[in-house]
Write a protein that binds this ligand. Structure first.
Ligand code: PGA
Length: 253
């Protein structure tokens, strides 16, 4: 069985470098004793160099953003090559908070390609904004996935992780129920299979994200049968994340 993948999306947290160092240290301490779980932490750009160390094999480091450009006159941008050179191994792309700020499927696709060409893993977020009784959200989800991956060469499919994050469950009180996680993640895999190949779809990791915490994480893995989790708030809550990682690691499928 391949290992579960837990990715912490720190978003624009914590407010100080000292706190960031505390979070990464505690995450490493727990990750070091896990048997079936790989852990990735995605701090804001400014903390990345302090979070990367010789111990990055215990907790891999990811970025929350990347430029579509390779370098040059692009004020405020950071290239995939620069991130990779620092030891960053993952990049979160297409997050709904970026999409809401105007990021289009076309731009996301360019960022995915830049990430993959630099040799990193692209963690691509997809998810419907709302659910309806008639199932129209499935078509919306399908179109979003197709457009997001448009132009991504199939040779790179093996370096893609999909994070299924229903927008209505992000930053909410409750996560999606595990039975729905199971059904929708299967649907996401099917669409991935149609875009790339059945073989790629069998290998791709599909994570769930949206209000995951230490209480619901185990059930989402057990009943939702996803390959891992993308965790926001709980990933910067030291005691909560510690319990979450332990709860996921002991799930036997
Ligand atoms: P949340 O965020 O866990 O705080 O809901 C998840 C995400 O946005 O990736």
């Amino acid at each position: 069985m391949s290992k579960r993948l837990i990715i912490g999306n720190w978003k624009m947290n914590p407010p100080t470098l000292a706190e960031a160092k505390r979070i990464i240290r505690s995450t490493r301490t727990v990750a070091a004793i896990l048997e079936h779980t790989d852990v990735v932490a995605c701090p804001p750009y400014t903390y990345i160099s302090s979070c990367i160390s010789k111990k990055s094999h215990i907790v891999s480091i990811g970025s929350q953003a990347v430029s579509i450009h390779g370098g040059g006159a692009h004020t405020g941008e950071v290239s995939a090559g620069m991130l990779n050179d620092m030891g960053v191994q993952y990049v979160i792309l297409g997050h709904s908070e970026q999409r809401a700020a105007g990021e289009t499927d076309e731009i996301i696709s360019k960022r995915i390609i830049a990430t993959l060409e630099a040799g990193m893993i692209a963690v691509v977020c997809v998810g419907e904004k709302v659910r309806d009784e008639q199932g129209a959200y499935l078509d919306i989800l399908k179109d979003q996935i197709k457009h997001t991956f448009a132009g991504v060469p199939s040779k790179y499919a093996k370096n893609v992780v999909i994070a299924y994050e229903p927008v209505w469950a992000i930053g909410a009180q409750e996560a999606m129920i595990p039975e729905q996680v199971y059904e929708t993640s299967l649907f996401v895999k099917k669409v991935f299979s149609d875009i790339f190949s059945q073989e790629s779809a069998m290998k791709v990791k599909v994570l769930y994200g949206g209000s995951v915490n230490f209480r619901n994480a185990g059930d989402i893995i057990r009943v939702g049968k996803v390959d891992g989790l993308l965790v926001g708030r709980e990933s910067v809550n030291i005691p909560g994340f510690k319990e979450l990682l332990k709860a996921v690691d002991v799930v036997v499928l």
